[in-house]
Design a protein around this ligand. Structure first.
Ligand code: KG4
Ligand code: ZN
Length: 335
């Protein structure tokens, strides 16, 4: 049987990404144009610059994605694009481009929730994972603990009450002078470092599955100020590793509390922070202790990409859904 080809387009933040995916799971091409250099000197994403850059690269990236997959637009069976959440100007570029293609070539279109895209990164290049399961989605904008009775049906068990996990990594990295984005930088310099400094954590969320990272972030910042005032040195690697350990332990506490309460056989990790080596390794150990199976996407599929959008779009389309072209960007879209 011929393969079913989905084109996936993602532009919600600072990555312009286009992918060609066969049968919802097999990656034929997955191209990402990152705007890192553009935003690095500002220490974060500048929305106006991001939108302009998407506009410049979306067409060339799309052409390359088709070329690398060895197909033409007429071979595409479905077009999927992110419609939220994200930066409105950025979202509009990818979404409008995708709708234009769908209209011009008369191809079915499906709009995808970016957070759901991250979850579906877990179906790429592997066999379907059986439900029920728990999914911890940790990115620059979201920290959600989800229960999936089946794929596509989400019960939100917990969320962050303040900063997202990735946001905390980025902010701590910034005060440590590690540049943007901070997550990968902290991951790298903390490798092999024990990280045994203690920073005060919020304790009030114990009875819930909710997270809080802003207290930890502030504790790190206060510690750095104190050290500076006393003229004491700062061991950047120790601070980074300690912050990472405490942030990851908070994630693990809630995740395995839910795994116990909901008795799930499997856990998924998704989102940019799921690329974190320490989180992956600690999760693996904790899951094995309890006889739970743990899945996370390949590192480069954890951060924003078009393949995850194609995968999510494909499975919704298979379930009989289709999106009208009147849809527009929804910056505050929820799961
Ligand atoms: O999922 P993503 O690419 O974009 C959003 O939807 O937000 O996530 C980006 C976030 C950033 O905060 C980045 O610092 C973090 O994921 N991140 C990491 C790592 N790689 C990316 N955080 C910790 N360790 C990493 N290796
Ligand atoms: Zn993302």
């Amino acid at each position: 049987m011929a393969e079913f080809i989905t084109l996936g387009i993602e532009s919600s933040c600072d990555e312009t990404a286009v992918a060609v995916v066969a049968d919802g799971t097999i990656i034929k091409s997955n191209l990402i144009s990152s705007q890192l250099d553009l935003h690095a000197r500002f220490g974060g994403v500048v929305p106006e610059l991001a939108a302009r850059s998407h506009l410049e690269v979306v067409l060339p990236i799309y052409r390359l994605a088709l070329e690398e997959a060895g197909i033409e637009l007429k071979d595409v069976n479905l077009i999927a694009a992110t419609y939220g959440p994200g930066l409105v100007g950025s979202l509009l570029v990818g979404l409008s481009f995708a709708k234009g293609l769908a209209l011009a070539a008369n191809i079915p279109f499906i709009a995808v929730n970016h957070i759901e895209g991250h979850i579906y990164a877990n179906v790429l290049e592997r066999l379907p994972i059986k439900t029920p399961l728990l999914c911890l989605t940790v990115s620059g904008g979201h920290t959600d603990l989800l229960y999936l009775e089946r794929w596509g049906v989400y019960k939100i068990l917990g969320r962050t009450r303040d900063d997202a996990a990735g946001e905390a990594f980025d902010k701590v990295a910034r005060v440590l002078g590690l540049g943007y984005p901070g997550g990968p930088a902290i991951d790298k310099i903390a490798r092999g470092v024990t990280g045994d400094l203690e920073f005060a954590q919020i304790k009030g969320l114990a009875e819930t599955y909710d997270f809080s990272f802003s207290g930890l972030k502030t504790a790190v910042i206060n510690y750095l100020h104190r050290q500076k005032q006393m003229g004491a040195g700062i061991d950047v690697e120790q601070v980074a590793a300690s912050f990472q350990r405490l942030a990851v332990e908070q994630l693990l506490d809630k995740l395995f509390k839910a795994a116990h309460d909901y008795r799930v056989p499997s856990i998924l990790l998704s989102g940019g922070v799921a690329a974190n080596s320490y989180l992956r390794q600690r999760c693996q150990v904790e899951a094995e202790k309890r006889g739970i199976r743990i899945f996370y996407p390949e590192r480069e599929l954890c951060t924003d990409n078009g393949a995850m959008i194609a995968a999510a779009g494909y499975f919704h389309y298979q379930a009989g859904e289709i999106t009208g072209l009147e849809i527009t960007a929804q910056p505050d879209l929820k799961l």
